[in-house]
Design a protein around this ligand. Structure first.
Ligand code: DGY
Length: 312
């Protein structure tokens, strides 16, 4: 019976025998990736799987990442060793789009500052100019990356009466037809949007794509929201743009060095910061774990993976 490694944090989300016919060894997130004759690993997004880890697992057939993002995995190193890599697309699209909207609304309507007034006993009563925010109707939402999640975020913007711009390497006629979204180059989108929301994967091409220049291009008072990956953003430049008052606020679910989060961002009154909760609903997390396990079952049975991201 071959053995498979599964992140122990997923145990409660999976059936008792998640990969029938194979022995499971549970691996906690804070344990290093072991050496040995394992046929599969089902890791969390926090586990780096690079050449060193792959070399320690010479019998590995599949890395079934329990995330849609797979920037923690060296795809080339996996391909060189004939290891399949899979992710968990689709099942987390709605949860992540919903959380993105929770951040957009929280930042647009300054919920953190409002809550602090009450929690710190500083509220002196209703005032016509207190904590005025951004009215979403007739404002412009700039969606950077119009894949599954970016599109789901854009669809939700229709209900709020927003104009929609999107920047993507591909034209998305379906999205344009359904939402009236207009495709724009990134610099143009940044200059025309009241709210910019990021939905691109982290890769060598996208890392650090939001820096001083990009924030300077954004409209004075505009809002920045990131539920994709923290390393897309130069966090020092973001904090500077917020501190100078150029940006009106930021909603951040992801950070460059998770779980270490820059103090200046967390404490900033205009920043709503969350601990990577995008996909955190029971239904979605169960679906992610189940899909990752089904990918393992398929590959170990000699079948095609359901959701591959790299060649075998
Ligand atoms: C993913 O799946 O990549 C998400 O970041 C998890 O919430």
């Amino acid at each position: 019976m071959t053995a498979v490694l599964i992140a122990s944090e997923l145990r409660q989300l999976l059936p008792a025998d998640p990969v029938p016919g194979h022995r499971v060894e549970w691996l906690a997130a804070d344990e290093p990736t072991p050496s040995g004759s394992y046929a599969a690993i089902l890791p969390l997004l926090s586990r780096r799987i690079g050449p060193a880890e792959l070399d320690r697992l010479p019998d590995l057939q599949i890395v079934a990442n329990c995330a849609v993002g797979y920037d923690n995995i060296d795809l080339e190193a996996a391909a060189e060793r004939g290891v399949t890599v899979t992710n968990t697309p689709d099942v987390l699209t709605d949860a992540t789009a919903d959380l993105t909207w929770a951040l957009i609304l929280a930042v647009a309507r300054r919920l953190k500052e409002g809550e602090a007034l009450l929690a710190e006993d500083r509220w002196e009563g209703w005032h016509p100019r207190q904590l005025l925010g951004l009215e979403l109707r007739d404002s412009t939402l700039g969606v950077v990356g119009a894949g599954r999640i970016g599109q789901a975020v854009a669809h939700r913007a229709v209900g709020f009466g927003m104009r929609i711009l999107y920047a993507d390497s591909e034209a998305r006629p379906g999205l344009e037809g359904a939402t009236g979204a207009e495709r724009a180059e990134l610099p143009d989108l940044l200059a025309r949007s009241d709210v910019v929301t990021v939905h691109v994967p982290s890769s060598p091409q996208t890392r650090g794509m939001f820096g001083q220049e990009e924030f300077a291009r954004m409209r004075p008072g505009a809002l920045f929201v990131n539920t994709a990956r923290g390393d897309l953003v130069n966090e020092t430049a973001l904090l500077d743009a917020l501190d100078r008052g150029h940006l009106g606020g930021a909603g951040l679910d992801v950070f460059s060095e998770e779980p270490n989060v820059p103090e200046g961002l967390v404490r900033h009154p205009r920043v709503m910061a969350l601990p990577h909760l995008g996909s955190a609903t029971t239904r979605t997390r169960e679906a992610m774990a189940a899909l990752a396990a089904r990918n393992v079952q398929a590959v170990l049975a000699g079948l095609a993976p359901l959701t591959p991201v790299a060649p075998r």
